[in-house]
Design a protein around this ligand. Structure first.
Ligand code: NAP
Length: 303
């Protein structure tokens, strides 16, 4: 039987990905939404989260599609009310608040799933398996996209806690932390802040072990979501955010791109087995970059 689920924060990602993924699955039934303005046709909608928790005890799972800053309060309330919780990426505004949610979920016997959708891209598991026994000599993340296209008018990305270019770049970091057979840590970073904004629009990162990242949110035209890993046994490339895998110049066949359906499949398994999945390693690198990074002021940015 399908599990009733509530989606909270009916904005871009809820509409683009979560609603289709839930509607396309036999495991889930979209039973309610909570949003101040957004609704989904034919689905009961609430504007007040507490009211939904009280009036819909049949809904056992809540998926939070809000930006990171407001998300903690909702997650805390949901766990306290005995619900299982899915968090969009990045899982919180701070590392400590996600540790708090993890502890709460453990104590309550609830599932907490900090999702990293890019890890579900079809090339990622293949890449991880191929790299498992390799010696890495160099790795590079090239993550360059157009913020106006992917976050149209969303000022929260440039407000404190919005993380700026690290909002999309955490996808690249979620892949590299998944596929490399060794841990990495940041040694230097340069962060480019628009003069009128509180978060970086571009960043260059250097990690121990000859790993680098070039992140930019000002890319017009073709978008770049690429990772290259050189090893003593050949070179692996992931393109299109992990959807396309190339090893030594030859394209490797991977499955269809179904990142969000795969996240909901994983949530089904986690709830069924009473487990949680909270890996903060991508966000650790974001926090380290914001701790260690040299600040460079660049031209003001306007949507
Ligand atoms: P969004 O459309 O700006 O926000 C999602 C919804 O959250 C809004 O529609 C709004 O709904 C609610 N919200 C915003 N600020 C709030 C606040 N202060 N308090 C309560 N509710 C608030 O953002 P999004 O692009 O969907 O991104 C949401 C999350 O998904 C982010 O963490 C992002 O990294 C992740 N994500 C986004 C994309 C993308 O392409 N945009 C892709 C993958 C993942 P109401 O105003 O109706 O309440």
């Amino acid at each position: 039987m399908a599990t009733p689920i509530c989606l909270v924060g009916i904005g871009k990602i809820a509409v683009d990905q979560h609603v289709p993924a839930i509607n396309g699955s036999d495991d889930w039934a979209l039973a309610a939404t909570v949003s101040r303005a957004g609704t989904v046709d034919g689905v009961p909608s609430f504007t007040d989260f507490d009211q939904m928790l009280t009036e819909r005890p049949d809904i056992t799972v809540v998926s939070l599609c809000l930006p990171p800053v407001p998300r903690f309060d909702y997650a805390q309330k949901a766990i306290a009310a005995g619900r299982h919780v899915m968090l969009e990426k990045p899982p919180g505004a701070t590392l400590a608040e996600v540790h708090t949610l993890s502890a709460m979920a453990r104590a309550a016997g609830a599932t907490l799933f900090a999702t990293w959708h890019s890890r579900m891209a079809p090339g990622v598991a293949h890449a991880k398996a191929w790299l498992a026994d390799k010696t890495i000599t160099r790795a590079h993340i090239n993550w360059k996209e157009d913020v106006r296209r992917w976050h149209p008018g969303q000022d929260w990305v440039f407000e404190p806690g919005g993380m700026g270019v690290f909002d999309p770049a955490s996808n690249g970091l979620s892949i590299i932390t998944e596929i490399l057979p060794m841990p990495i840590h940041l040694t230097a970073a340069a962060l480019e802040f628009p003069s009128n904004r509180d978060t970086p629009i571009a960043a260059q990162l250097v990690f121990h072990g000859n790993v680098t990242a070039d992140l930019d949110w000002r890319q017009d035209g073709p978008q770049s979501w690429d990772i290259t890993v050189q090893t003593t046994a050949g070179t692996l490339q992931l393109h299109d955010g992990g959807a396309r895998l190339v090893i030594d110049g030859a394209q490797v066949a991977v499955g269809p791109d179904r990142e969000y359906p795969a996240l909901y499949d994983r949530m089904t398994q986690l709830v069924k087995t009473g487990a949680s999945d909270v890996d903060l390693s991508p966000m650790v690198h974001v926090a380290d970059a914001l701790t260690l990074g040299k600040r460079i002021t660049v031209a003001p940015f306007h949507f």
